[in-house]
Write a protein that binds this ligand. Structure first.
Ligand code: C2E
Ligand code: MG
Ligand code: MG
Ligand code: MG
Length: 283
């Protein structure tokens, strides 16, 4: 393309840019093989009832450990997977693996906590998204009412109204929908209603400065009051301190997720955490 238009126009191309592109291409090639090479794994972050401190759920968070390389953060490779379309097989692997793990845990006697899985708008966009997810639910035998799909506000922009009937079908199958990172995007009450969400997750950004920033506190309190009047469950993410936890609990936040209780854990460690004498309430 550059050639046909005359190369001279494209001489602004900087070496750092070339390096960046090469790095991205390398990472894309590695990510293509990550599934076959068994380099993806799942961590599970406990979700805690604010009032009773019982374990109520787990958020599934994917990890990528390329052979002989440092761990790559999902904040880095999920956007790349979305750009390249790899999010489709990767996302399907994540959902299947998480459901299998959950069923295994239940067979071992773990309580029926909720299992929250992040789904990218690109996955929901696929024509057979609903069929694929329903098939995984049936094949693994997981209780659909324990499954929560975490969607993001960007879905409303990228996909518009096509997503609504799909999510509705999944809700009819018993799944729950949660709005992730609430407050950071184009969130509105309309979007929550439109997608018939069951819960929302207050973004970490709002929790961070909760203890000493009056404005953040006002925002969080307003979200909690609004959610209560809409009968939505609220989960606060990124809770790291006792001060943040206390504030949220006193303001009626339902569930807490964050380093204050636990970081995301490998499966065996999560099972140990769940077995640690914590009473489980059914959400
Ligand atoms: P998210 O869904 O909002 O996940 C929460 C992120 O906050 C996780 O980062 C988690 O490790 C981190 N976190 C939890 N508690 C605390 C805390 O107390 N303090 C701080 N500073 N951080 C906390 P992680 O695992 O790096 O994931 C980043 C993002 O990558 C996720 O944000 C999600 O958008 C995406 N992601 C992760 N796993 C998946 C997946 O399986 N599928 C898809 N589509 N996206 C995923
Ligand atoms: Mg999430
Ligand atoms: Mg989040
Ligand atoms: Mg996020």
């Amino acid at each position: 393309k550059a050639k046909s238009r005359g190369l001279s126009q494209y001489c602004f191309y900087q070496p750092e840019m070339a390096e960046k592109t090469a790095k991205k291409t390398r990472m894309e090639q590695m990510l293509r093989q990550a599934l076959e090479k068994n380099e993806l794994l799942l961590h599970y972050q406990p979700q805690i009832c604010a009032q009773t401190q019982a374990l109520v759920g787990a958020e599934v968070l994917v990890r990528w450990q390329p052979e002989g390389q440092p761990m790559v953060s999902p904040a880095q490779f999920i956007p790349l997977a979305e750009e390249t379309g790899l999010i489709i097989p990767v996302g399907e692997w994540i959902f299947r693996r998480a459901c299998e793990q959950y069923v295994e845990w239940r067979a071992q006697g773990m309580h029926d906590i909720l299992l929250s899985v992040n789904v990218s708008p690109h996955q929901i966009q696929e024509a057979d998204f609903v069929e694929r997810f329903v098939a995984i639910i049936e094949e693994t035998g997981i209780d659909a009412s324990r499954v929560v799909l975490e969607i993001t506000e960007s879905l409303a922009i990228q996909e518009g109204e096509d997503a609504i009937p799909k999510l509705k079908t999944l809700k009819q199958r018993g799944l729950q929908i949660s709005m992730d990172d609430f407050g950071t995007g184009y969130s509105s009450l309309g979007v929550l209603k439109l997608y018939q969400v069951d819960s929302l997750k207050i973004a970490r950004e709002f929790i961070r400065d909760l203890s000493d920033d009056h404005e953040q506190r006002t925002i969080v309190n307003a979200i909690l009051a609004m959610a209560a009047s809409m009968k939505l469950k609220v989960i606060a993410e990124g809770v790291e301190t006792k001060e943040q936890y206390d504030h949220l609990r006193l303001q009626g936040c339902d569930w807490i997720q964050g380093f204050y209780f636990s970081k995301p854990l490998p499966a065996e460690e999560f099972a140990r955490f769940a077995g640690g004498g914590r009473l489980t309430v059914i959400a």
